[in-house]
Design a protein around this ligand. Structure first.
Ligand code: SF4
Length: 317
């Protein structure tokens, strides 16, 4: 396997507490409910001497709150998507767009993830393509497909190309949106082949990155994202206590994203998944922070503060 390719980096991802303790020269990490998974390109951005590093806190917890289903308001699966899934692997909430679960795999395991307990079995847009295609054909008002997961960029180029080809063949689909964290945590995934693939389709491509802190914006990511000249670039973040719950951290994130050509789009309130209690920023604090951010930044740099109702629906605050 060639060194520094995304396949190599994926193969060498840190999995489990033992590997993390060895990498960070630490003895303090323990296995988590959501198994630890940290890609090397992300791990290399973490300050090994700082137990409060904002990147480290997203992927491994020393507080180890554990599996506390008893915390009021928190649950194993906070968002119920099944009722909006008319076909396995497809979620349809708004008239003009559908969301496909393109992959069950992520490059990283974010300890605040609301999908960490989701039962993906059966929800695979690729193996269930025929039924999905039929559904989209019978809904001509749908003009946008969103690829989510997991992470759609965990698919191989071949699988991704096949999926794009299939979607492209449906005449009323105009826009194709990717929701991906891989782009920033494994920038090597943005290969020349991928750039070419996204540049040659007739579909208008929107890539929504998931970046929570400016420290995640490596030079490699800047270089990679700079290649996507034909793609509309947006970002979504999750508001996380101890990671990015300050006006200065959020304004630096917005400014640095914009310098790379990425517009801050959403700032999500935490979805209340068991085990992520320590990340919660209360609504009142969040709206106050958001107001302060609005005073500090130009309007187009202020992401919308939203709460997920399910994978495909949001409430604005
Ligand atoms: S990349 Fe997204 S889906 Fe995957 S663990 Fe992180 S938040 Fe969850």
């Amino acid at each position: 396997m060639k060194k520094n390719t995304w396949q190599y980096n994926t193969h060498n991802t840190l999995k489990g507490a033992d590997k993390c303790n060895a990498f960070f020269h630490s003895k303090q990490f323990e296995d988590q409910n959501f198994p630890i998974k940290i890609p090397l390109e992300f791990a290399n951005l973490i300050d090994k001497n700082n137990p409060n590093d904002p990147l480290l806190k997203q992927v491994i917890s020393t507080e180890t709150p554990g599996f506390s289903i008893e915390t009021p308001g928190f649950s194993i699966e906070p968002l119920e998507d099944e009722e909006n899934a008319p076909v396995a692997g497809l979620i349809h909430k708004y008239p003009n767009r559908v969301l496909l679960i393109a992959s069950r795999v992520c490059a990283i395991h974010c300890q605040y993830c609301f999908r960490q307990n989701f039962n993906y079995s059966g929800h695979d847009a690729i193996s269930n393509w025929q039924a999905i295609e039929e559904y989209i054909y019978t809904h001509p008002q749908v003009n946008e497909v969103i690829l989510s997961g997991g992470d759609p960029l965990s698919l191989s180029d071949e699988k991704l190309q096949g999926l794009i080809n299939n979607i492209e063949n449906i005449p009323h689909i105009k826009n194709l949106r990717f929701h991906t964290r891989s782009a920033v945590v494994t920038p090597s995934r943005i290969t020349a082949e991928l750039v070419k693939m996204l540049g040659k389709t007739r579909l208008r491509i929107v890539l929504v990155t998931h970046v929570n802190h400016a420290n995640e914006l490596s030079d490699k990511f800047a270089e990679a994202i700079g290649q996507l000249t034909k793609v509309t670039l947006l970002n979504q973040s999750v508001l996380l206590k101890g990671v990015n719950d300050s006006v200065s951290v959020l304004s630096t994130l917005s400014t640095d994203l914009f310098a790379l050509g990425i517009l801050p789009y959403y700032l999500h309130l935490l979805d209340k998944v068991s085990g992520a209690e320590h990340f919660l920023v209360e609504d009142e604090t969040a709206t106050k922070l958001h107001r302060e951010l609005g005073k500090k930044l130009s309007g187009y740099l202020v992401p919308r503060l939203v709460r997920d109702e399910n994978l495909a629906a949001k409430t604005w605050l």
